[in-house]
Design a protein around this ligand. Structure first.
Ligand SMILES: C[S@@+](CC[C@H](N)C(=O)[O-])C[C@H]1O[C@@H](n2cnc3c(N)ncnc32)[C@H](O)[C@@H]1O
Length: 323
């Protein structure tokens, strides 16, 4: 560093230049270098995330400069994801502990779970979707789902729970529901256990060490939800370093990306209430999913950025399916 920044604003400008110069990958914590660098600055110095812009005029002490230099060195030179440096990730207003044992939560389910609540006719939970996602195409106003009104959610499951984040969102959204959370990695399960305890949900969210449903007691669910690994194996090596720093097991979906999804859909046939739904986040695999499972009549749910990479399958479609 030629001349060391002396204020937070100078640190921010310097960091933004470094992000561009070193082509750091974004998308795990924020989608712009400005937002991610500002987040790292504030968190590293224990300043509130909603600090006013005037905070940028704050002069940094020698000790703070040393801390910031080390954090940005690891982010820039080692491509360590920002969330692993701060040991936290946010979905909406919900904070989760994360470290290298789990993928960093960044799921569309923050938008989708409130839509499920509308489908199930319950609004009691505490997950408020961004205002702009309400009443859009998708959810209950979607013609394909209109007229469907399902009973209250009593049992839900998050398959491939990682940090436990989606099981926890489900439990917050459906306060009367029992929630199971399934995970094959014992490392990830330890993180999920910590997060469930921190959210004071240990009596309602039960963790299971299992390969999909293999070791889970046979109960029937109203909602089966999953953000499974879905990256085709050959594409893993082309991911930016930041994403390769996440557990391979959280990303690797096998030859065509559909290995876990196929198993999950097959096993869901016996795990779903007659009125139940399976909801899956599948990244860029929409076309592959439609090709692989035409009989399931997958319904693609709308998301704010138009990616529409979450699909819903109804129980009767699964029952009729011969896959
Ligand atoms: C894409 S991550 C999703 C984690 C979390 N649900 C989220 O949205 O942040 C997929 C998770 O599935 C787990 N996993 C991989 N194979 C599995 C399997 N066969 N059965 C259960 N979990 C599995 C991985 O360890 C990883 O934690």
């Amino acid at each position: 560093m030629a001349t060391r920044p002396r204020t937070l604003g100078e640190w921010l400008s310097w960091a933004e230049r470094q992000y561009a110069r070193h082509q750091l990958a974004l998308g795990q914590v924020a989608t712009s270098a400005h937002d991610e660098a500002l987040y790292l600055l504030l968190r590293t110095l224990d300043l509130p995330l909603d600090s006013k812009p005037a905070v940028l005029r704050k002069k940094t002490t020698a000790e703070e400069n040393t801390r910031l230099a080390e954090v940005f060195r690891r982010r820039i030179e080692e491509h360590v994801p920002a969330a692993y440096l701060t040991r936290e990730a946010w979905l909406g207003e919900h904070r989760f502990y994360v470290d290298e044992r789990v993928i960093i939560p960044r799921s569309y389910f923050l938008e989708i779970i409130p839509q499920l609540a509308e489908l199930f006719g319950c609004r009691a939970g505490s997950l408020t979707p961004p205002r702009s996602t309400r009443r859009q195409k998708g959810g209950i106003s979607d013609p394909a789902l209109q007229g469907i009104r399902l009973p209250t959610v009593k049992r839900a499951v998050d398959v491939c729970t990682g940090s436990g984040c989606l099981a926890i969102l489900l439990a917050h959204q459906f306060p009367a529901a029992k929630v199971d959370a399934i995970e094959l990695s014992t490392d990830a399960l330890a993180v999920a256990k910590f997060n469930v305890a921190t959210h004071r949900l240990a009596t309602r969210v039960k963790l299971h060490h299992s390969d999909v449903f293999d070791a889970v007691p046979r109960v029937k669910y109203d909602v089966i939800l999953s953000n499974p690994p879905y990256v085709p194996t050959r594409e893993l090596r082309d991911l930016p370093a930041e994403f390769r720093n996440e557990p391979t097991m959280a990303l690797d979906g096998g030859r065509d990306g559909l290995d876990i999804i196929r198993k999950l859909l097959r096993q869901s046939r016996e795990r779903l209430q007659p009125h139940g739904v399976v909801v899956l986040e599948v990244g860029g695999l929409r076309a592959a999913m439609d090709r692989a499972f035409p009989e399931l009549d997958l319904h693609w749910m709308h998301t704010m950025d138009g990616e529409d990479c979450v699909c819903l399958v109804q129980a009767h479609r699964l029952q009729a399916w011969r896959g």
